[in-house]
Write a new protein. Structure first.
Length: 358
């Protein structure tokens, strides 16, 4: 039992006790719980510390009856192909749930096998008044979900920008193009000229953004991109390795920028099969900086996404939109960071085909 609870015997802590502990008024505590954006950062920190110390928990049922708000945000957990782990998704969900809790919200996770079932699940949650808003992820071109939800009066914020929509939507995105540009710049500094791109299909806007960054950086450095691109589905490590084999078989680059760490790790396997050493014969850079990146030998250079900041920004947007303080088409772009490890060393072996200026 917390120290504050002991002094009051068996009586549960109240909002008045939190206010007294933090040295603020009752209304300030209410704002800190319900609308934290209205409270100055030092005061908010003091109130949250008092809440934590006293073990205070708001009566969410009573509050929802007063405000007609559930204080709950819905999020569909994307299915992982072939049972593959998704450490990036895990990090994002953890960051989202932690930030939502600080803002006085809960995350309701739901499952759906495909896009059609996803909208059916959303409809059921809306019908039962179970959520106030939704967080979307893995957007596609002209994604129908934001408009579908808006037509039903439910706001949404997407992790990933929504391309090709007439209907404006709110989103938070990591600048994937900046990430792959940084990867190419780093490889060029290490003497590489034949720098290939290995990516997933073109129907995912996120991957296209990363592809555009690679292409623009190659053109900026006066390097050819001809014959240096392979894209396709990779729902397993075996499929990813087949893509890597296709890329390395048609024209041997000295370096590869992969749109995901899974594809980068597949390059390790294919390099070993070809008798090449990653980091000397072949440089590889991935994207996401997932746990396998640091465990690989040599360590995989990878573009790291600030997922904790993504989660915080998404919750900030959801809370602001629900409070009527932010537009429903608010957009935020965050910068990634290139984490350099041993896989992207200087060029050691010249490729069979020297590149030419584009």
């Amino acid at each position: 039992m917390a120290e504050g609870e002991k002094s009051e015997g068996s009586r549960p802590p109240t909002i008045e006790m939190v206010a007294a502990k933090a040295g603020v008024g009752r209304q300030t505590v209410s704002y800190a719980i319900n609308q934290p954006q209205r409270v100055a950062a030092p005061t908010l920190a003091r109130v949250r510390a008092a809440i934590e110390e006293l073990g205070y928990r708001p009566n969410r049922v009573a509050r929802s009856l007063r405000t007609q708000s559930t204080r709950t945000i819905g999020y569909r957990v994307q299915p992982t192909p072939h049972g593959l782990p998704s450490p990036v998704l895990d990090r994002f969900v953890h960051a989202l749930a932690g930030t939502a809790r600080q803002a006085g919200y809960n995350i309701l996770l739901c499952a759906a096998e495909d896009d059609t079932e996803e909208l059916e699940v959303y409809g059921e949650l809306i019908q039962s008044a179970a959520v106030d808003a939704f967080v979307l992820s893995d957007p596609v071109y002209a994604d129908p979900r934001p408009a579908w939800l808006a037509d039903r009066g439910v706001p949404s914020v997407s992790f990933g920008r929504i391309w090709g929509l007439e209907h404006a939507s709110a989103w938070v995105d990591v600048d994937g193009a900046a990430g792959t540009r940084a990867a190419v710049d780093h490889l060029v500094e290490n003497g590489h000229r034949d720098i290939a791109f290995l990516g997933l299909p073109a129907d995912r806007a996120t991957v296209d953004d990363r592809f555009r960054g690679w292409r623009s950086a190659m053109h900026h450095h006066g390097l050819s991109t001809s014959g240096l691109t392979t894209r396709g589905a990779a729902r397993s490590l075996e499929e990813a390795q087949r893509l890597a084999a296709k890329l390395l078989g048609k024209r041997r680059p000295t370096a590869v920028v992969a749109s995901h760490d899974l594809l980068a790790i597949a390059c390790y396997h294919e390099a070993e099969r070809l008798g090449l050493t990653v980091g000397t014969d072949l440089a590889v850079v991935g994207f996401d900086d997932s746990p396998p990146a640091s465990m690989a030998r040599p360590g995989l250079s990878s573009v790291s996404q600030p997922l904790e900041s993504v989660g915080a920004e998404i919750v900030r947007l959801v809370v602001g939109i629900l409070a009527g303080e932010l537009p429903r088409d608010h957009e935020v772009v965050l910068a990634p960071e290139l984490v350099i490890r041993g896989s992207s060393g200087p060029v050691q072996v010249q490729s069979r085909n020297s590149s030419s200026s584009s």
